[in-house]
Ligand binder design. Structure first.
Ligand SMILES: [Zn+2]
Length: 292
């Protein structure tokens, strides 16, 4: 005997009968709604409209946007360029009172010793340079006797140095002063392999310019002095990797050392002003490979 079906069971069976076997099998109500052709067309058109709207949205997103605010461009494209070699500026003057230790240098009347006088001269040159704002180093400050190489090593260890070695000769017209530079050498550039003995070669041109600047001022003050720097093969200059000159006063043959003492302020002033005049020309020759 069949039990009378409840309304609920009946409703379920009706739903199962109406259910489509495929993609519309969830709710027969939906199926019934979709079945009319007019509604299918409506759904299709709605889908197309949605697709167009989505495409339009994407296209809009890809359009260039108005800039919100101008972005300041960097003044120059630093990050994209290889680092340019930094210029080396003149920063220190190395003063070399020659001789010292067991080497008194030239000796004159009344026991005048070149090595002693040079310490006094160096102090005055140093003060004149420092008054111009230059940093000064000395190869010796007392009666030490550093070697030629020790003195060059001090100068060669500096970045942006000038080198001045000081002498008082036993010859020459008393009251005159001469600047010396190394002979011009075959062109060479910093950074190429040079023997220690040829360290001055790349700087020969600058040394001459520096020497002429100082000598021109010395000639104005000490009559009878040459107008330009002289050329001489001087051991101390050869091994110095910086613009370098020798300055030599005449002479220890004076009867009274006060004659030399009186020259010192003028020599110091000429050197300091010569350094200042030369400073704008202090453009070191750079390694060729670094410019390519
Ligand atoms: Zn000397």
């Amino acid at each position: 005997m069949r039990e009378p079906r409840s309304q609920a069971v009946f409703a379920t069976e009706r739903l199962q009968e109406c259910a489509l076997p495929s993609r519309f099998g969830i709710l027969p109500v939906v199926h019934n709604l979709i079945r009319p052709p007019l509604f299918r067309i409506t759904v299709t058109l709605s889908a197309i409209a949605l697709l167009i709207a989505a495409r339009s949205y994407v296209s809009t997103a890809q359009l260039p946007q108005k800039p919100a605010a101008p972005i300041a461009a960097p003044p120059f494209p630093v990050a994209q360029l290889p680092a340019a070699p930094q210029p080396i500026n003149l920063s220190v003057i190395v003063l070399d009172p020659a001789h010292g230790g067991t080497d008194p240098g030239a000796r004159g009347a009344q026991g005048i010793r070149e090595s002693d006088l040079l310490l006094d001269l160096t102090v005055q040159v140093r003060r004149a340079l420092e008054a111009q704002g230059f940093q000064v180093l000395q190869t010796r400050a007392g009666n030490e006797g550093p070697s030629f190489d020790d003195r060059s090593t001090l100068a060669n260890a500096q970045r942006g140095a000038l080198f001045v070695t000081l002498h008082i000769s036993s010859t020459g017209i008393p009251g005159t002063v001469r600047g010396y530079v190394s002979p011009d050498a075959p062109a060479a550039t910093i950074g190429t392999m040079l023997s220690w003995d040829h360290a001055q070669n790349p700087y020969a041109g600058l040394s001459r310019k520096f020497g002429d600047a100082v000598q021109g001022l010395l000639a104005q003050r000490f009559k009878g002095s040459p107008n330009n720097a002289q050329t001489a093969s001087i051991r101390q200059l050869r091994t110095t990797a910086a613009p370098a000159i020798a300055v030599e006063l005449s002479s220890v043959s004076v009867q009274d050392r006060s004659e030399l003492d009186q020259m010192m302020p003028g020599v110091a002033d000429a050197i300091a002003r010569g350094v200042a005049a030369f400073r704008p020309s202090y453009v070191l020759p750079t390694e060729v490979s670094s410019q390519r």
